[in-house]
Design a protein around this ligand. Structure first.
Ligand SMILES: NC(=O)c1ccc[n+]([C@@H]2O[C@H](COP(=O)([O-])OP(=O)(O)OC[C@H]3O[C@@H](n4cnc5c(N)ncnc54)[C@H](O)[C@@H]3O)[C@@H](O)[C@H]2O)c1
Length: 285
């Protein structure tokens, strides 16, 4: 059971007061706090009313229940983010319930490992639909509402696989997330005088239930901690990120504190994608 008392950090409780946030992919694919549910919980704790949209009714309901139990406002909406009519219906339900949409937090994603030559058309389209087309649809559905309000903040969750070559062989995922940056920039510029901002938060390795589930499936329970430690060791900070670090960054982009920030690509990956210039070796044998 999700419990908002687990949120670390000071309780300011008002950074998103009066705002309405629609989060697409607000649940978790496996048990525990995910990037999406942590954002939903922290947004609610900061005073936002939350529309938790997920393709899984159970996942959306788990988030709603936790937020409402902690005294926040939340509705659970079931929609497949890759289908424009479903996401349009969710936006309409959010407006009917809360009267507006101030924040679109697009957490949609997912990858299928593949190299260029073994990418099937079906896999390629699946990954692009999840990571990029869904972002277009959600943006298209909230923008008219935000234009009418004269304000809005759109946040996309991206990956450092979009800004550097990932050795995990994820060409479709890298291409889709890179496209997300271009989409975000286009929205930022087209609506730059309309009070609407669009930004990307670019993640490195974050410890989520889905990441652990995948590792468990591949390596087995007895190897799980060893694998997580090995993964952390290749990050310059020597640790993976937490969902709460993601959520705290999202609050900044959702709030008026970031009012002058649009078209930004904010990297949080423990230093992984800092370009490195190798120096000459000090000693020659
Ligand atoms: N964990 C990491 O290391 C990492 C790194 C970089 C980027 N990311 C990004 O983080 C995001 C996911 O993080 P998470 O922890 O929330 O993952 P998650 O898989 O646990 O949660 C995603 C949620 O989205 C829902 N969902 C899936 N398909 C959907 C659809 N078609 N319509 C609506 N909802 C759908 C799932 O049911 C789930 O509840 C993705 O955008 C991913 O690319 C994660």
């Amino acid at each position: 059971m999700l419990d908002l008392n687990e949120i670390p950090g000071a309780k300011s409780g008002g950074r998103l007061a009066g705002k309405v946030a629609l989060i697409v992919g607000a649940g978790s694919s496996a048990s525990g706090w995910s990037n999406g549910s942590a954002v939903a919980a922290l947004f609610a704790r900061e005073g936002a009313a939350v529309a938790a949209v997920d393709v899984s009714a159970d996942a959306a309901e788990e988030v709603r229940e936790a937020i409402v139990r902690a005294g926040g406002r939340c509705i659970a909406l079931v929609a497949d983010g890759t289908k424009k009519d479903e996401i349009a219906r969710a936006v309409a339900q959010c407006v009917a319930e809360f009267g507006r949409v101030d924040i679109l937090h697009n957490n949609m994603g997912g990858s299928i490992p593949s190299k260029v030559l073994d990418s099937t058309e079906a896999d390629w389209r699946f990954v692009l639909d999840r990571n990029l087309t869904a972002a277009l649809f959600a943006s298209q559905c909230v923008l008219p509402v935000m234009v009418k309000q004269g304000n809005g903040s759109i946040i996309h969750i991206s990956s450092n696989a979009a800004v550097a070559y990932p050795r995990l062989n994820m060409v479709s995922y890298s291409a889709a997330k890179a496209g997300l940056h271009a989409l975000s920039r286009a929205v930022a510029m087209e609506y730059v005088t309309a009070g609407i901002r669009s930004n990307c938060i670019i993640l490195g390795h974050i410890d989520t239930p889905e990441i652990r589930r995948r590792a468990l499936e591949r390596f087995g329970a007895d190897k799980l901690e060893e694998v997580m430690t090995a993964r952390a060791s290749i990050i310059p900070m020597k640790r993976v990120g937490t969902v709460w670090e993601v959520a705290h960054a999202a609050v900044y982009f959702a709030s008026d504190e970031s009012g002058f920030v649009t078209g930004a690509e904010f990297i949080m990956d423990g230093g992984t994608s800092i370009p490195v210039v190798e120096s000459y070796p000090d000693k020659v044998k």
